[in-house]
Unconditional design. Structure first.
Lengths: 349, 186
């Protein structure tokens, strides 16, 4: 929690010229980003290993400090005008051999305990039940997350971006791929880090046992906007998740009024159509996030901005103001066209 | 003039020649574009473009001296499926070959810009209003690298995926020459 309070400070330090923007785009993803707050069995195993390591290291550190203090306390005190006491040089000592033996033995024993704990944790993670799991293909892009939910039948598949909804209590198998460079998926409350490597498929699994919003972040430096490649895992009760998934499987809703109809025409008649997809329209490009249900997401641009009309309009007008180097170009639209487009995107729930 | 002094002066002179390439993320403000004549009835999507396309103002052809812009052009060449017709390395296919010396509609950057924005008969769609001006200029720069028109240190040296074509920076500079457009199929 403290890290989240420090985030605005760090942002302000790195981008003094855009402090206002930095304050605006920090604290956007509301979920917890906390490695000590385990919300599932995988994170709990890793948390237990962490606690044991901290306990042992603390004990060793304290023992060394106490030994040092005792040695200093017991050592003879010289005076400025006295010659140093060199009588111990050449004298045969017995005591030190025993203490060296003891410390080596204790060190080996503690290291073995840590190795054993690590192996046990690995085995526990590998043995975690995957019965009735849902499968999601996650592809890392500069700088956002593409999500493909895989069902039993092709009709059950659907695409989303940057917001990973999962049912509480059901295991989730995530298959990780990358479209460009190496990324790393990290949701500290649910599991450890796993790299997304171009040309390979990695697998990780987790389970959320408590409903809530858990923040995730790319944990491998991947270019200019690595820091703004966040996402969110939203763990919901199964019934709520099923309703969400059913809604995601449907094509994007038809525009209901004149404004949103015009917004759709702007979308299909502008640069948007070259990269984005909206199911149910001719927009079917897969280079940018799928926007079929973008109105239901709480953030845009991979957790960079809140998904509100004003921010969305500023983002579309010039993404380079917020994420310099992002692959989305600036789009000059008249005020009416922009508000219609924003209304249309907001209506895609 | 000791040798050490000479070396120091030479090093200082060499240092002065170094510069770091600037990556331009902010595109210049778009001027309200005049409607251009479309030379093609094809266009991506099923709606008329919102902005019908623009004349090449401001001229951004200097991006062909910027390795970052040329590489962005290379990415867009794949993203926007130029490679679908013109081939992955510009070797041609359904569309014209871009890696040879012949140019049907002009080889100057402004000509290539107009070809992308207006489209051309027999299959080249009009991308005006669909591809942002800045990106069109990046594509123009990359298209010129395909026939070796750019400096070796600017043209891309590798691809992100398997590619049969030689890298763009190892291609011989082809001297552009005009080529007659094919006659329309009767």
């Amino acid at each position: 929690m403290r890290a989240r309070r420090l985030l605005p400070l760090a942002l302000a330090a790195t981008a003094p010229a855009t402090t206002a923007l930095a304050q605006q785009r920090s604290a956007v993803v509301p979920g917890a980003h906390d490695a000590l707050l385990a919300a599932g069995p995988q994170a709990a195993h890793i948390g237990a290993l962490w606690n044991l390591t901290v306990f042992i290291c603390t004990a060793v550190f304290c023992a060394v400090l106490i030994g040092l203090i005792v040695a200093l306390w017991r050592s003879g005190r010289g005076r400025e005008n006295l010659a140093p006491d060199l009588s111990s040089i050449g004298r045969h000592e017995r005591g030190p051999y025993l203490s060296v033996l003891w410390s080596v033995g204790v060190s080996i024993a503690l290291l073995l305990v840590l190795v054993a704990a690590s192996v046990v944790t690995d085995r526990a993670l590998a043995r975690a039940s995957l019965d009735n799991a849902i499968t999601i293909d996650v592809t890392g892009h500069q700088w956002w997350w593409e999500l493909k939910y895989r069902g039993d039948a092709p009709a059950d598949n659907f695409n989303a971006a940057n917001e990973l909804h999962v049912p509480v209590g059901r295991p989730v198998v995530v298959r990780l791929k990358s479209d460009d460079v190496i990324h790393s998926l990290w949701v500290p409350s649910l599991a450890g880090k796993k790299d997304l490597i171009p040309g390979r498929t990695a697998t990780m699994s987790f389970r959320a046992d408590r409903p809530g919003r858990y923040r995730g972040q790319c944990a491998e430096f991947c270019g200019f906007q690595h820091a703004f490649m966040a996402f969110e895992v939203i763990a919901e009760p199964p019934a709520q998740y099923d309703a969400w998934a059913a809604a995601q499987r449907r094509p994007a809703p038809e525009p209901a009024d004149a404004t949103t109809r015009r917004g759709r025409d702007v979308f299909l008649g502008s640069t948007c159509i070259m990269c984005h997809a909206v199911e149910g329209t001719v927009a079917a490009a897969r280079k940018g996030p799928d926007l079929s249900h973008v109105g239901g997401r709480s953030t845009i641009a991979a957790g960079t901005l809140p998904n509100r009309p004003a921010e969305l309009a500023r983002w579309i007008a010039n993404p380079q103001d917020f994420k310099p180097g992002a692959n989305m170009p600036a789009t000059a639209l008249s005020e009416d066209d922009m508000s219609a487009l924003v209304a249309y995107l907001g209506s895609l729930k | 003039m000791t040798p050490r002094f000479v070396i120091a002066v030479l090093l200082a002179a060499a240092l002065a020649g170094c510069y770091r390439e600037k990556r331009e993320f902010q595109s210049p403000p778009q001027t309200s574009p005049p409607d251009v004549v479309k030379a093609s009835e094809l266009l991506p999507g099923d709606r008329p473009a919102l902005r019908p396309g623009s004349k090449p103002t401001p001229d951004r052809s200097h991006l062909d001296e910027n390795a970052y812009a040329v590489n962005q052009g290379k990415r867009l060449f794949r993203w926007y499926n130029c490679s679908g017709c013109h081939g992955g390395g510009g070797g041609g296919g359904m569309g014209a070959t871009l890696s040879d010396a012949g140019w049907r509609y002009g080889h100057e950057p402004a000509d290539i810009y107009a070809t992308i924005v207006e489209g051309r008969p027999n299959g080249m769609p009009a991308f005006g209003g669909r591809i942002a001006d800045e990106q069109v200029w990046q594509l123009v720069a990359y298209v010129r690298s395909l026939s070796g028109q750019l400096q070796k240190d600017v043209a891309p040296s590798r691809s992100d995926s398997l590619s049969g074509a030689p890298p763009e920076n190892e291609r011989d500079t082809k001297k552009p020459k005009p080529e007659a457009p094919p006659s329309a199929p009767s």
